[in-house]
Write a protein that binds this ligand. Structure first.
Ligand SMILES: Cc1ncc(COP(=O)(O)O)c(C=O)c1O
Length: 406
């Protein structure tokens, strides 16, 4: 019998939806915790919340929510121009930087075009490419840091390559490509290939590692730099990010953008947060301290990790229980039963790893305190080992989890 389903392109049916970090309320409900007993280190958010200046501006903007936002985001583009010396005609604002990635896919990809990315890179590159029917070409990661192999990228460029996605630092590996290597790669690419340089975590880089990406965007007309207000600026819940590229690329993105894609609260908060240097410095410093705290803590437990330039760490569990191919999921479930939410990354092809975001000192301590139990569970598990997850995500305390917590 005919059905609507038959009309849906097969490339859409093949999409496996994005798996976000579990919300605190879900885990509190499922495991019988109070919400304030649950620690979330799952989505690379800023543990300090949002900047006070951003909050103040947002509350002021809340007085006028009966009106549509400024669809061109004049004030935020002015603020970005002032801070970074950018021409407003080269800025695209997005509902999160995620939106910028989607706009790129809509404008530059289609069935028959190739979208080039690293094996373990941010999930949205593949999702946005698949949603428009492009062919994904995934480049094997470098064995040492599991990051982008730019030589491998070069070898896979074809006539059909339309977009190359590079996150620097990369999520979930935390890996980083040096400025010299990155610029040499961009400079050599054919002018017909758009490079998306995703800098969602750039504010966490040391001065020594930082590089002038916006200057590159002026020099290379086929480069788009995307940035986020969700991480160091602490505005994840408001959804705002931006892209910087040539006026030609910006014009194309504008054609596929929704008229009011960034809401008024986000516009106001982002404009003010940009100039809250004290908050940015404090956020980066807390991240550095937390990174060291977590590394020391897991080192003491005999567990390894990949060096990270972001606000998260990819923990390598492969050696803990070699007979357990789903090590990340097992440790994730055990930590959930202790009220700590982290991120399993099997969907990134990294089933032997677990990603943990850097939190406040106390949040990091909660994670470290729960880790010995989680590792014990992992050591005791094999491929068919029992799961600590509650029977249903909406169940109250299951007898299994109650026993574990007791
Ligand atoms: C590498 C990378 N790019 C982009 C994003 C999207 O961030 P947002 O849409 O919140 O700006 C994320 C979020 O985790 C990310 O890790």
């Amino acid at each position: 019998m005919a059905s609507l389903n038959q009309r849906v392109p097969s490339y859409l049916k093949a999409i496996a939806p994005y798996q976000p970090g579990k919300p605190i309320a879900d885990i509190a409900r499922a495991y019988g915790f109070q919400e304030d007993q649950v620690v979330k280190l799952a989505s690379n958010e800023n543990p300090l919340g949002m900047s006070p200046k951003g909050r103040e501006a947002m509350l002021e903007a809340a007085a006028d929510l009966g009106r549509y936002p400024d669809g061109n985001g004049f004030a935020l583009k002015q603020a970005l121009s002032k801070k970074f010396g950018l021409d407003p005609a080269t800025i695209t604002l997005g509902n999160g930087s995620n939106d910028i990635l989607e706009l790129v896919a809509h404008a530059f990809l289609a069935p028959g075009k190739e979208s080039l990315m690293s094996d373990h890179s941010f999930a949205v590159y593949a999702l946005a490419s698949q949603a428009v029917g492009a062919t994904i070409v995934s480049v094997p990661a470098k064995p040492d840091d599991l990051g982008h192999d730019l030589q491998g990228f070069k070898q896979r460029i074809t006539e059909k390559t339309s977009v190359v996605w590079i996150a620097n630092p990369n999520n979930p590996t935390g890996s980083f490509i040096s400025a010299a290597e990155l610029e040499a790669f961009i400079a050599e690419l054919p002018a017909t290939v758009l490079v998306v340089l995703d800098e969602a975590y750039t504010e966490y880089l040391s001065e020594q590692d930082s590089y002038p990406a916006f200057e590159w965007a002026r020099r290379y007309p086929n480069l788009l730099v995307s940035r986020s207000f969700s991480k160091a600026y602490g505005l994840a819940g408001l959804r705002v990010g931006y892209g910087v590229a040539s006026a030609e690329v910006t014009d194309l993105l504008n054609r596929v953008r929704q008229p009011f894609n960034v809401n008024s609260l986000a516009l106001a908060a982002a404009s003010a947060s940009l100039f809250d240097d004290e908050f940015l410095t404090r956020s980066a410093a807390l991240n550095r301290q937390g990174m060291e705290q977590i590394q020391k803590g897991i080192q003491a437990l005999g567990v390894g990790w990949l060096e990270s330039w972001g606000n998260f760490l990819l923990i390598d569990l492969r050696a803990v229980q070699p007979d357990q191919p789903q090590a990340g999921q097992k440790v994730y479930e055990a930590l959930l039963s202790k009220g700590v939410i982290t991120r399993p990354v099997a969907n990134y092809g990294l089933a032997g790893f677990l990603r943990v975001s850097i939190g406040t000192f106390d949040e990091n301590q909660s994670f470290l305190k729960a880790m010995p139990f989680a590792l014990e569970m992992l050591r005791g598990s094999t491929d068919s080992g029992s799961s600590l997850a509650p029977a249903s995500s909406t169940a109250s305390v299951s007898s299994k989890t109650a026993a574990v917590r007791a």
